[in-house]
Design a protein around this ligand. Structure first.
Ligand code: ADP
Length: 166
């Protein structure tokens, strides 16, 4: 059976809520890049399970676009039972609780990221008690951001070198 139907609410014996350590990796992932994939890969060395949570602003993102993003990222991990991908529309800490996350996982590329991540991590900790684990980007991915890729797309450039291979 394809893992596309796999749920984050899997029983403890399969990991996830109630079973082992689980990190929620939240983001917009618009698009999901090699930099994001690298954080997932390294997160899996620290946690039994990584839930990629696509945070959706329902006012800004059409349903069809969201479903497309979800399907694309799920396809990347369909053979990996330690990764699942879900969208959410509420607070990250509520999603983290729902999936039984022991930690929130995020990536850091720059001082700018650091200040942003520090503030969010502090608020999330205060709201939920859940700690955030921050991983420094690998140097080769430092310049890779979803916003830069969206800009390249706008000018008709090929961004395939920055997208993970399935
Ligand atoms: P958001 O929309 O919440 O800013 P993104 O979807 O842009 O999030 O990214 C999700 C997480 O991945 C963030 O913690 C971001 O810093 C991290 N990230 C994005 N690109 C990279 C990269 N190239 N290397 C390491 N971490 C990254």
């Amino acid at each position: 059976m394809s893992n596309k139907s796999k749920s984050i609410y899997s029983p403890p014996s399969e990991g996830g809520a109630g079973g082992g350590s689980c990190a929620l990796f939240p983001g917009s992932f618009d698009p999901f890049t090699v930099g994001h994939a690298n954080i997932v890969e390294r997160g899996l060395k620290m946690f039994d399970k990584v839930v990629i949570g696509i945070g959706v602003n329902v006012l800004k993102t059409p349903q069809s676009e969201m479903e497309h993003r979800l399907a694309d990222i799920r396809a990347l991990y369909e053979d990996n039972p330690h990764v699942c991908v879900e969208a959410y529309t509420d607070l990250t800490v509520d999603m983290a609780r729902r999936v039984g996350a022991t930690h929130i996982l995020r990536g850091l590329r720059s001082v700018h990221d650091f200040e942003y991540e520090r503030d969010i991590a502090a608020m999330n900790k205060r709201l939920s008690g859940i700690d955030t684990v921050l991983l420094f980007t690998e140097p080769e991915y430092q310049c890779v951001s979803s916003s830069a890729l969206r800009e390249l797309i706008r000018y008709g450039k090929d961004i395939s070198a920055f997208l993970p291979k399935s």
